[in-house]
Structures are given as structure tokens and as C-alpha cells.
Design a protein around this ligand. Structure first.
Ligand SMILES: [Zn+2]
Length: 106
């Protein structure tokens, strides 16, 4: 699948349930929890602390806002103000497939 494949057709954020659902242009749907978004936050801070892929207990999993960044991906803002993570669309797809680490370290 090429880059164009990993573009969202529809994004739904159900904050109460803590789930972001993305319908992809290629037809599949990914449901990603706030916990997984936080776990796989790959911002410079999380990279520096080698915290990517680890369960971040005590840190906010509540997604307050999504900032869509066109064809690039989206920025996720958590309740504790953690907002430096930019998630490329394909990365989000891979998180939904439980392949986030493979994507990051391919
Ligand atoms: Zn982070």
C-alpha cells in the first residue's frame, strides 16, 4: 500500500469512551484507544526518555483534542498538556494493527 492509502476518510473522537476511530480511504477502520496513543507517542521527549511502547501509568490517556495536519497526520493533545506528538497517518494505522514498533524501527 502506498502513502495515499493511509489517508483518513473519516475521523471520530469519542472522548467519553476514550477511542479515536479512523476510517481509511482504503476501506479499513482502526479504533485506537487514548492509552495506545499515549503509549506510542513518539515526540522528542518520549523518545529521549525511551518511553515509546511502554505503558505510561499515571500519565493522562485522556485525549482532549486532535489537531489534523492535512496529508501529514495529526497531533494529539492529552489532558495533562502533553501535545508534542505528531502521528503520521500510517503510524496511526500501524498502531491500530499493533505494529507501531515495527513501523518506528523498520
Ligand atoms: Zn510524547
Amino acid at each position: 500500500m502506498n502513502r495515499e492509502t493511509f489517508q483518513p476518510a473519516q475521523i471520530q473522537h469519542r472522548r467519553k469512551e476514550g477511542v479515536v476511530t479512523i476510517v481509511w480511504r482504503h476501506g479499513e477502520t482502526s479504533s485506537i484507544t487514548g492509552e495506545d496513543l499515549r503509549r506510542y507517542c513518539a515526540c522528542s521527549e518520549c523518545r529521549a526518555k525511551e518511553k515509546i511502547g511502554l505503558r505510561k501509568t499515571g500519565e493522562a490517556n485522556d485525549v482532549v483534542r486532535l489537531e489534523l495536519m492535512g496529508t501529514t497526520g495529526m497531533q494529539v493533545v492529552f489532558a495533562d498538556g502533553h501535545d508534542r506528538g505528531i502521528y503520521p497517518w500510517e503510524y496511526l494505522y500501524r498502531i491500530g494493527q499493533d505494529e507501531a514498533m515495527e513501523y518506528l524501527y523498520a
